[in-house]
Design a protein around this ligand. Sequence first.
Ligand code: FE2
Ligand code: FE2
Length: 332
Amino acid sequence: MNILVIPNTYSENLETESKFEVLNHLEEKVQEWIASHISKRKLWFSSDYLPADEKMNDDQESIAKKLRERVRGIKDAVRVAVAVNLLTEEGLPHFHRLISKYLGDQSFWSKWNYMWTAEEDRHGAVLRDYARDGRLFSFKEIEMMQFHYIESGFNPEWDKDPYKVFVYTTLQERATQISHKNTGTSVGSDEPLLDGILSNIAADEAKHYTFYRNVFKAILEVDPNRALLSAADIMPAIDMPGISMPNFRDMADVVRRTGIYGPRDYKKIVEEAIKFWNIELLTGLNDAAARAQEKILSIPKRLEKVAEYIERRTLQKTFSFDFIYNRILVFK
Ligand SMILES: [Fe+2]
Ligand SMILES: [Fe+2]
């Protein structure tokens, strides 16, 4: 007897296609969310904060002049956080490509992707303009890091699964929101312009977060069994594109030690997502989905252990980074 062997790629493609059907089924809702997003957004541009015109009035000229003076008061640990935030934002080509690759560029999803990309592009632009006009770094070092960061590519293993895009982006938008907001708070009155810029970026991220988490909630309602498997795969940890950069871990460690973003923040993000998506209350699942549900519900406990472990092992340490002239940062 001949047994028909279905190659993995074939079944994978079928799986992907049927997930697309679910996503296309959401069109009406998604169009509404896009319209609501547009009606609520406030478009601002880098030049609103950092005037750079050929012809400027006295007020605008004075902003530019005072900036460098005020930037001098920004602490090195906060400079590191701004560098991380800047590089994360400048990773936009990676994210645009992933969304396009996983959601296609023919449907209403591409409208969202283009719009989202245009909004996100302002984040990298304003931080780069700020760092340059204010002379926050040894700039060439930042430029080289950005170059390598883009050049290295970013290919998370999402198994052609478009659902994973929405889990990842939900967590990622919330993480960047927190990181920008807390960096702004750390700068505080030392440099209100930077605080203002970061608050506005954070407000954008909050709106993106709302969109992505709503989409995934709708997917869960239509296709809970497969959606839970996707979520269980992504939620334990989200990798950032910069993970391969040589000093990224040290930079992330400084950001954690400064209280801007760390494992406890990620734990809160996961808890919030579990609650919003009502994961605990989902019933009528198949065995695999029930196991995925259990796995997701156990993630916060595991993240708590990771956080405790890292905190226990946190000893006094010094750091230095070439983009701030290798000045020594001491953490006790
Ligand atoms: Fe952003
Ligand atoms: Fe965003």
